[in-house]
Ligand binder design. Structure first.
Ligand code: PBG
Length: 331
């Protein structure tokens, strides 16, 4: 007599994997173009598309080229484009005043996109690092990142982005109290429909390396960001941060990086049931691209598999540099 489990052959789980039709029928999650937010890098100039060496397929684009990219993204059905400025080093100062200049690169790009491609939503980044001579997300005094004075500056930055027409503000700075301060200021200035996607659980991660090259912050950054970004060892703390940011007026929350933190995405979604996003960051993109370029993995399959994993982990959407590439594949 052969030894078989009591419920065999009743439970042959391979039955529902036997054909593409049946696999499709029982598939639990789907990835669609509606799930995608495309992060892009903006730089000065005209007609410029400059490759970012550590992120194959990613460019720093001048405003006119960003508008073209937004047009293509909208035509692919991508709902949101997220702007990150590459700021001229000469504009980086101690007081970070360029951050709330109504005519800074990010605001000019927002206005240009909203005028030419009104159907795509524009998301912007709130943090001082592109404008800070120290490369940090907040003001630095005697080697310390100063919280409350930074929040006042972030509020000015948020208002200038809302004035320019941003639909979604993304505070990525990890200061305490910034969501509430920004929400109150938006209400006071008649911007009650501007949404906030809080970078609620943002970890002090090695996976941001290529991004810091892309925005020209690597050289400027002195020290690390461990006094404001989260310790990769922590998970309960992420729930406290999400609860806090929701109570202060965040509409949506984000976990960042993505792939190494899928457990956090799942905990956040299960605990709060709110719109939950993950940022598949520059280093994650670079790893997949580099391995694919070496012929070590199938880049297309790894791209789709990695994005589907976010849906399985409970995310409503993903910020990913793969957005146009995967949208074209799905199209
Ligand atoms: C900084 C910011 C970072 C990213 C988005 N906003 C880097 C950092 O915190 O140093 C990283 C995104 C990526 O790596 O793709 N405000």
């Amino acid at each position: 007599m052969t030894l078989t489990p009591a419920n065999f052959p009743t439970a042959r789980l391979r039955r529902t994997r036997q054909s593409s039709a049946i696999r499709g029928l029982v598939r639990e999650n789907t990835l669609t173009v509606d799930d995608l937010i495309w992060p892009v890098f903006v730089r000065d100039g005209d007609g410029v598309e400059e490759p970012v060496p550590s992120m194959p397929g990613v460019f720093r684009r001048s405003v006119d080229k960003i508008v073209e990219a937004a047009r293509e993204a909208a035509d692919l059905g991508i709902p949101v484009i997220c702007l990150f400025p590459y700021t001229d080093p000469a504009l980086k100062t101690e007081d970070c005043a360029e951050a709330w200049n109504p005519d800074n690169l990010s605001n000019r790009a927002t206005r240009a996109i909203k005028a030419a491609v009104p159907e795509i939503a524009v998301m912007t980044d709130i943090a001082l690092d592109p404008y800070n001579i120290h490369g940090h997300d907040g003001f630095v005094e005697n080697g310390h990142i100063i919280n409350d004075r930074t929040v006042e500056a972030l509020v000015k930055q948020a208002l200038s982005q809302a004035e320019a027409g941003a639909d979604i503000l993304g505070p990525s700075d990890m200061m305490d109290g910034r969501i509430g301060a920004i929400r109150i200021a938006l209400e006071a200035k008649n911007h009650q429909n501007v949404t906030i996607m809080s970078y609620a659980a943002k970890y002090a991660s090695a996976f941001y390396g290529p991004f810091r090259d892309a925005v020209g912050a690597s050289g400027a950054l002195k020290g690390d960001k461990t006094t404001y970004q989260m310790d990769p060892a922590n998970s309960d703390e992420a729930l406290r941060l999400v609860a806090r940011d929701l109570s202060e007026g965040a509409d949506m929350v984000m976990v960042k990086p993505g792939m190494p933190y899928l457990d956090i995405c799942r905990r956040v979604k299960d605990e709060f049931g709110v719109p939950t996003f993950a940022y598949q960051v520059s280093g994650e993109y670079a790893m997949i691209k580099a391995a694919a370029q070496n012929g070590w993995i199938d880049g297309d399959r790894a791209m789709v598999e990695s994005l589907m994993a976010f849906k399985r982990a409970g995310c409503d959407g993903i910020l990913s540099y793969f957005a146009p590439e995967v949208a074209r594949k799905m199209g």
